[in-house]
Design a protein around this ligand. Structure first.
Ligand SMILES: C[S@@+](CC[C@H](N)C(=O)[O-])C[C@H]1O[C@@H](n2cnc3c(N)ncnc32)[C@H](O)[C@@H]1O
Length: 113
């Protein structure tokens, strides 16, 4: 595996030091997604976007990330959130259960197919 493809180790190694700040346009999101919607935040990091949505009133949010350390941090900072480590590249949910799926600053971290 090339170093650039070794994302898992990298994100684990920075899980306690990174602060993600890319602004979330919650009003815009809210204009197209209802607060009762089932939302998947794919590549949620430590869950800060899930937390913003939760604080805004969204009720059904699942965050998943391939970095176990990011998810562990999320469990500490936001114990009320449903954050889970992805065990493989397959999303462990049926294809039709989410109304909205967010990938926030994730595809920019996946350099190859
Ligand atoms: C820049 S961070 C963004 C975190 C979060 N979306 C946010 O904006 O706060 C990118 C995240 O994508 C995750 N990630 C990278 N490749 C992934 C993959 N193949 N599957 C799931 N998550 C991945 C990383 O572990 C990292 O937490």
């Amino acid at each position: 595996m090339r170093a650039i493809d070794n994302q898992f180790e990298y994100w684990d190694s920075v899980s306690s030091s990174k602060t993600f700040t890319h602004p979330v346009d919650i009003d815009r999101f809210h204009s197209v997604v209802s607060p009762q919607a089932n939302i998947l935040d794919f590549g949620c990091g430590y869950g800060r976007t899930c937390e913003e949505l939760y604080r805004f009133g969204f009720q059904n949010i699942v965050g998943v990330d391939s970095s176990q350390m990011m998810i562990e941090r999320g469990h500490k900072e936001y114990p009320h959130l449903n954050l889970q480590t992805l065990e493989s590249n397959n999303i462990p949910y049926d294809s039709n259960i989410f109304d909205a799926i967010i990938l926030f600053a994730v595809l920019t971290c996946i350099p190859t197919d």
